[in-house]
Every structure is written in structure tokens, then in C-alpha cells.
Design a protein around this ligand. Structure first.
Ligand SMILES: NC(=O)c1ccc[n+]([C@@H]2O[C@H](COP(=O)([O-])OP(=O)(O)OC[C@H]3O[C@@H](n4cnc5c(N)ncnc54)[C@H](O)[C@@H]3O)[C@@H](O)[C@H]2O)c1
Ligand SMILES: [Zn+2]
Ligand SMILES: [Zn+2]
Length: 389
């Protein structure tokens, strides 16, 4: 089959690879109909995630048609068109019972903090991902969801990560009616966090980035105010100036370990690797939120330490919440919002690229070329699929 193949930092190729096989009775093999490239894939692509092995296929946002099921699979049948949450989880451990699916204790043999994720190197289990023609889906009775007939497949694929992550970012902010919410990052996750903030009762939403076309997009898509941080000297002071000198009620970090905006953070976090990524957006979130406010973090950081202003957080009495999203928990509510017309996820898709051209697709997304926000990779032979039949 054709699959994305990691050859080293900044080098990915579409190459032929062995088709996956059923390895466990509860596995399914899925023929991929859509896969996306996530901002998290860029951390892999840039060589920042330890134990990302050559030969790995990335891709944790995908939909597909069930091709084969293992003997114990009961909830799926061959031919079902499914969306597959990016978390691989067992559904029954202590953490899954608390709906902390991203923290499943049974699926990631490599680490105990995070559960398993498709196509995210060996620190999250070493499972191959969905930027391929076929993918093995473990725990097939638990993760995948048959795509409802009235849901567009392009919306469905965004329900596997970007939308639920943005939604969970807003949820962890515990937004109260009328709150001012500042979202750092105008990538897909930040865009959906901004949109979700309104759904949760925000009175004002401000999005911060430095990529002008993304700020322009989010301003229209989420009817929010925007700030280009290149035009700002001191972010915390700027946000305070915009909020009667109190600070925002809620700040969301939807940027993570590759944040721009501070040379020292970039030098120590991205280039010298003295800390687990550049924590500039997190600094700004902690320093821009009001006393007693909430900071929600969905931007990804490495597992070791980061230089974050924890003293400011304690002195201001902040609540910090963070996690990898537990996608499955949000699906029923988000499908209701899509059906009600509150959100049209597929509007963020800017690029639809044949899987053969995966190398170009990564380059365009990574370098923010051609007004790229979200890219869908389409495997050979399935480009005609629109509405699910
Ligand atoms: N927690 C989860 O479950 C989860 C799921 C998906 C993605 N993520 C993470 O969320 C983050 C965003 O993902 P994405 O797909 O939107 O990525 P993306 O790379 O498309 O977007 C990140 C945006 O942040 C902007 N940015 C850079 N430095 C900034 C700063 N200092 N302040 C404000 N904006 C800044 C960039 O210009 C870019 O537009 C990534 O770290 C990704 O790994 C987490
Ligand atoms: Zn992701
Ligand atoms: Zn579990």
C-alpha cells in the first residue's frame, strides 16, 4: 500500500509499505478515506519528539471504511464508514472509566502518563497512523464511531482531533457567562477553541497569533477580536489594557512547544533543547489572565521540564488545567452542534492533497504557505467521496 513514511526531520515521503494485518482479536483494518495533518505532526516532522523512528507512518486524524475485523469485534462490520478518535484506549481501565481516554493505562507500553496515539512515535505506543491507504485499529470495539448518515465525511474527520481538542480547551477553561477568553494560537485547534468559547457563554473572545492570514480567517469564522503579537511589545500588558487592567478571565494555550515570540525561549526550547519546547504562549497565558482566572493548556509540550512562571500562577491564584483531548467524550455534543448549524468544521479545510504528494503537503503546512490552515490527504482511488452514502 501507499503510506507516508518518516525518513528523518523535515523528510517525509509517500512510499510503498506492507499492508497492516489483524494482530489481535479486537483489531480492525480500515481503508482510509481521509486523513489530516495536525499541528502535533509538525512537532514530529521537525524532529522534536524523542523516539520518532525512521519508517514510521504518522497520522492520527482519519476516517475510513472497515475492510476486515478480528474475531472478537462486535460493534463494527465490514463496510462501515467510521471516524477514529486519535486516542487508542481500552475503555475499561481506571482512567477510561473516568472518561480520561487520552490517559488510558492499557494501550501505551512505553509510558504511563499519556495513553496511546496513532502515528505519534514510540513515546505514545509506536502504532502506525492513518496517512496511508490502510491502518490497523486496535480496540476496534471501543474507539471508532460509525459516521452518521447526515454527517459530511470532511466534518467527520475533523471530529477525530482538531474540533474536540479546541472544544475541550474551552471546556477546561470553565468559561462563565460573559467571560473574556483569550486564545493563543490561530491554528485549527485555536480556531475551534475560539468558536467553542462562544458556545460555552463567553462574552468576548480574543485570538492571538502572528500569521496574518490565520488571524483574518479566525476573525470571520469565530467572529472574534484578533491581536497580531508582532505588533505588541508586552503581551500581558496589552491584554490588560484591553480588559480594564484586570486581565482575561480565561486564557487558552493552543500553541505548545514550538511557540514563536521570544528569542530566548526558542533558543533554549527549540534549538538547544535545554527545556521541553518554547513555552512563550504558556508564559503569556499565565501572565495575561486575571487573578483567580483559569489557564487551559492543549498545546503539546515534551515530558521533561519547561521554564514556566509557576510563581506568578500561585501568587495570582490561578487554576491550570491541561490534557490531551479525550475525543470520544465530546462526540455526541459536537455532532449536535454541527447538526444545529452552530459550527461548520470543514470550513477550515484549505488543502486537499493526494497522499502521493504528502511531502509537499507537510512543507506547505509547516511553512504556512499558500494560506494553509488544514490539509486533508486523500489516498488513491477515494477522492470522489463527499457525503457518506
Ligand atoms: N491536547 C491535544 O489533545 C492536542 C490535539 C491536537 C493538537 N494539539 C496541539 O495543539 C497545538 C496547536 O495545534 P494546531 O493543529 O492548531 O497547530 P498549528 O501549528 O497549525 O497552529 C499553531 C499556531 O500557533 C501560532 N503561534 C506560534 N507562536 C505563538 C505565540 N507565541 N502566541 C500565539 N500564537 C502562536 C502559529 O503561528 C500557528 O498559527 C499544537 O501544539 C498541537 O500539538 C494538542
Ligand atoms: Zn492532533
Ligand atoms: Zn483504558
Amino acid at each position: 500500500m501507499l503510506a507516508m513514511n518518516y525518513r528523518g526531520p523535515y523528510r517525509v515521503r509517500a512510499q510503498h509499505k506492507e499492508e497492516p494485518e489483524i494482530e489481535h482479536p479486537n483489531d480492525a483494518i480500515i481503508r482510509v478515506t481521509r486523513s489530516c495533518i495536525c499541528g502535533s505532526d509538525l512537532h514530529l516532522y521537525h524532529g522534536l519528539v524523542p523516539d520518532t523512528r525512521v519508517g514510521m507512518t504518522f497520522g492520527h486524524e482519519f476516517t475510513g471504511i472497515v475492510e476486515e475485523v478480528g474475531p472478537s469485534v462486535q460493534n463494527l462490520k465490514v463496510g462501515d464508514h467510521v471516524l477514529v478518535p486519535f486516542n487508542i484506549f481500552c475503555g475499561s481501565c481506571f482512567f477510561c472509566q473516568k472518561e480520561l481516554y487520552s490517559n488510558c493505562h492499557n494501550t501505551n507500553p512505553e509510558a504511563s502518563a499519556v495513553g496511546a496515539i496513532y502515528g505519534y512515535g514510540h513515546i505514545t505506543g509506536g502504532y502506525d497512523g492513518g496517512q496511508a491507504e490502510f491502518v490497523r485499529v486496535p480496540m476496534a470495539d471501543v474507539g471508532p464511531m460509525v459516521i452518521p448518515k447526515d454527517l459530511h465525511v470532511d466534518d467527520a474527520v475533523l471530529l477525530t482531533d482538531a474540533l474536540p481538542t479546541g472544544y475541550q480547551a474551552a471546556e477546561m477553561g470553565d468559561i462563565q457567562e460573559g467571560d473574556t477568553v483569550v486564545v493563543f494560537g490561530a491554528g485549527p485547534v485555536g480556531i475551534f477553541a475560539a468558536k467553542s468559547a462562544w458556545l460555552m457563554g463567553a462574552g468576548r473572545v480574543i485570538v492571538v497569533d502572528h500569521v496574518e492570514y490565520r488571524l483574518e480567517f479566525v476573525k470571520n469564522f469565530a467572529q472574534c477580536e484578533v491581536v497580531n503579537f508582532k505588533e505588541v511589545n508586552d503581551m500581558a500588558e496589552h491584554i490588560k489594557r484591553m480588559t480594564d487592567w484586570l486581565g482575561a478571565d480565561v486564557c487558552i494555550d493552543a500553541v505548545g512547544c514550538e511557540a514563536a515570540g521570544n528569542a530566548m525561549q526558542q533558543l533554549t526550547g527549540r534549538y538547544m533543547k535545554l527545556q521541553a519546547g518554547s513555552a512563550t504562549a504558556l508564559h503569556w497565558a499565565i501572565n495575561s489572565v486575571r487573578k483567580g482566572g483559569n489557564v487551559s493548556i492543549v498545546g503539546v509540550y515534551g515530558p521533561t521540564f519547561n521554564a514556566v512562571p509557576i510563581g506568578n500562577a500561585i501568587n495570582k491564584g490561578l487554576t491550570l488545567r491541561m490534557n490531551q483531548a479525550s475525543v470520544k467524550r465530546h462526540l455526541p455534543r459536537l455532532i449536535e452542534h454541527i447538526r444545529a448549524g452552530h459550527i461548520e468544521p470543514r470550513k477550515i479545510i484549505t488543502h486537499r492533497v493526494p497522499l502521493e504528494d504528502v511531502s509537499d503537503a507537510y512543507h506547505i503546512f509547516s511553512s504556512k504557505l499558500d494560506n494553509c490552515i488544514k490539509t486533508i490527504l486523500v489516498p488513491p482511488g477515494v477522492s470522489g467521496i463527499g457525503l457518506v452514502q
